[in-house]
Design a binder for this molecule. Structure first.
Ligand code: NAP
Length: 252
């Protein structure tokens, strides 16, 4: 599958992996539309790369998804690629006081968001000659990390959903690909986990995105760069050992 000459919508394209995808895919002659909640961050992206189209939209809000669909299809009727990248990851101590609404934020953004985006955009994508849905999960989809319990649950679930979606769309014109990044140098990796990840190095974001693009073009459907592949293999051959290792992250 060629990643050029496409019209690509990237959720969460104002930072990190989404922004780098936008920049590298723009350089390959694609039309790029990015979303995010923070208008300032979208404006900053636009200032750096004026060809990138920006639309403020929150994937955790069903009304915002309906409005986004209307705007995108009106302005970019040739949309053929949806990248479900927007995500949040928190360091959650489940024993601390927290509202029952707040505790499920990662489910709203990282799981319900992409599932609803697919539901909204799929009828349009099914009418395109060669469409692509790229869901960004995580290496933690294969082995959960106890300091991020709801995130790990959301990513394991989006992995399962993406596999099912791929089978259901097997005979259609829509390809379904999963990108499961390992720890990658982005604000998500550094802000919330500054203490836990001190001294650890994530994969450089430009390297991750280059690998992702090359892998999609090579026809891979489950892309597991670096440590993500190790996590998947270890989850099969030594699940207890690898889970115990991840359980040590953030422990004194
Ligand atoms: N970095 C890693 O180590 C790593 C590893 C594995 C998987 N991933 C996955 O990769 C994806 C991108 O993460 P990243 O590391 O690039 O994070 P990042 O630098 O924090 O960027 C996240 C992007 O998502 C947007 N976003 C967050 N909540 C949103 C919402 N409700 N609606 C729309 N946009 C929203 C953010 O913009 P606003 O805040 O303005 O909305 C931002 O543009 C995520 O799905 C993450 O789980 C990352």
């Amino acid at each position: 599958m060629k990643l050029s000459g496409r019209t690509i919508l990237i959720t969460g394209g104002s930072s990190g992996i989404g922004f780098e995808l936008a920049v590298q895919l723009l350089a390959r002659s694609n039309v790029i539309i990015i979303t995010g909640r923070d208008e300032q961050a979208l404006n900053d992206a636009k200032r750096r790369f004026p060809e990138i189209e920006t639309i403020q939209s929150d994937v955790s809000d069903p009304d915002a998804i309906r409005a986004l669909f209307k705007t995108v299809i009106e302005r970019f009727p040739r949309l053929d690629t949806l990248v479900n990248n927007a995500g949040i990851m928190r360091n959650l101590k489940l024993g601390e006081e927290r509202s029952i609404e707040n505790v499920t934020l990662e489910i709203d953004v990282d799981l319900n968001g992409p599932i609803r985006m697919v539901q909204q955009f799929l009828p349009h994508l099914l009418n395109q000659r060669d469409a692509l849905i790229l869901n960004v999960s995580s290496g933690l989809a294969f082995v959960p990390m106890p300091i991020s319990p709801v995130y790990s649950a959301a990513k394991a679930a989006i992995h399962a959903y993406t596999r099912c979606l791929r089978v259901q769309l097997e005979k259609s014109t829509v390809s379904v690909v999963e990108l499961a990044p390992p720890a990658t140098e982005t604000p998500l990796f550094r802000d919330e986990f500054a203490e836990e990840m001190k001294g650890q190095k994530g994969m450089p974001v430009d390297v991750l995105v280059r690998r992702a693009i090359d892998s999609v073009e090579a026809g891979k459907v489950e892309i597991r760069p670096g440590l993500s592949n190790i996590l998947k293999i270890a989850s099969r051959i030594a699940p207890g050992v690898i889970f115990r290792q991840l359980g040590k992250v953030g422990r004194p």
